[in-house]
Design a protein around this ligand. Sequence first.
Ligand code: PBG
Length: 325
Amino acid sequence: MSIFPIYRPRRLRANENLRRLVRETHLSVDDLIYPMFVVHGKDTANEISSMPGCYQYSVDRLVTAAKELASLGIPGTILFGIPEMKDPLGSEAYAEDGIIQQAVRAIKDAVPDLLVITDVCLCEYTDHGHCGIIEGGEVQNDPTLDLLVKESVSHAQAGADVIAPSDMMDGRVGAIRDALDEEGYENIPIMAYSAKYASAFYGPFREAAESAPQFGDRRSYQMDPANSEEALREVALDIEEGADIVMVKPALSYLDVIHQVKTEYQMPVAAYNVSGEYAMIKAAAQNEWIDEKRVALEVLTSIKRAGADMILTYFAKSVVEWLEN
Ligand code: PBG
């Protein structure tokens, strides 16, 4: 490469049209998945205090919100359910008339083209708030697989388009793939939360989904934030077991992991711009300390630049508005 004064990098930054031509990363509506929370009841929209602009919706209001997503051109939503009753085995997670099952049927009925991705986990449904069966104070891996399989099949039966296991039990992708195939759902993709870290950035989500663990923490199943080689091993396992899309979560503190996963495996990569990442920007913007639109677009662009093909983000609806103007 030539050096100064032959090469002057500023030449190509001189005006917006030049900048457009040399821009390497483009954030678009095509990249976005909007997460939503669904509760029992009617005509309900409870705003989540730590996530301004995000709500726990009853099924009827969720359908209205789903129509809005479709009209904005957003490809899909990922759903999280808050059950009526929690119990040790999280039984509403795999009940035919569970909250997610009702929500999926209602959205697919009203807005058939919107992709409905369902988060498969037990923490919202268990009274102890952990993502698996507890015995002797420990989360049991293999017995939990049976429940995750039941939950996945039940979501598919309700009409879910994509199954997204977020529990971090070993072997769950393979177990879910086998069961979906056996039940005739061989065409339903699995979006695996492959490299999911034990992160403090999930704080606001646990208010939204009412899923905080009642004792201990999730560090015996979610990953240590210090590790990236381990993330590659997790991703390799999930691909081997049948994952169609692999996810890194959270996104912003794990851009290096997103990049390594994308470079190492030629697979579609999702990144989850999680609740705490959203809340930080919202809070600072409300204080007028930062410019919400510019910061959010910068963060989301950096997630794409790192290698994500799609981003799960609570900013999805705003992004469409911002990109249009
Ligand atoms: C369920 C789950 C969590 C998130 C997505 N699925 C919470 C957790 O693992 O504690 C977090 C999403 C967010 O913070 O936006 N296991």
